[in-house]
Design a binder for this molecule. Structure first.
Ligand code: 5GP
Length: 131
């Protein structure tokens, strides 16, 4: 059975898409810890990020870097932080989080409450900067 993230990449479940190529897909996290919090996934179903072979992992990181550049262009931040957990969804993903300070990457607290319109606007801005 397809994972929820495969269904998102296939367009079967709606998302706020940020970027895509033949191998990878990026979209806003539905429960962001910071504005612009984005998930990067491989379209190929792999549960654990570190089971991905070296070459593909390199391409995934290069794709994530392009997403981060686009985030930096539209969201005020000092850095784009990167996190990998995968405890909730068994489809490998990288969290890319625009941050001003360390605590902006705290996953254990209350998540941001952003409307669908706000998420849509952020995704469109990042998408337009994706090169
Ligand atoms: P993790 O597996 O890394 O522990 O957490 C999964 C992440 O995916 C969470 O930050 C959660 O908010 C996000 N997430 C879970 N389901 C969905 C979904 O259906 N759509 C989107 N956009 N994000 C999701």
């Amino acid at each position: 059975m397809a994972t929820i993230f495969s269904k998102i990449a296939a367009g079967e479940i709606p998302c706020h898409k940020v970027a895509e190529n033949e191998e990878f897909f990026a979209f806003l996290d539905i429960n962001p810890v910071a504005v612009g919090h984005t998930l990067v996934i491989p379209k190929k179903e792999v549960d654990y990020l570190f089971d991905i072979d070296d070459a593909m992992l390199g391409r995934m990181m290069a794709f994530a870097k392009r997403v981060a550049r686009a985030q930096e262009a539209v969201i005020t931040c000092k850095r784009v932080g990167l996190a990998v957990m995968g405890l909730e969804v068994p489809h490998a993903h990288i969290h890319l989080i625009p941050i001003q300070k360390e605590s902006d990457m705290y996953f254990g607290g209350a998540k941001l409450k952003l409307s669908a319109e706000e998420l849509d606007k952020i995704a469109t801005q990042i998408r337009n900067e994706f090169k």
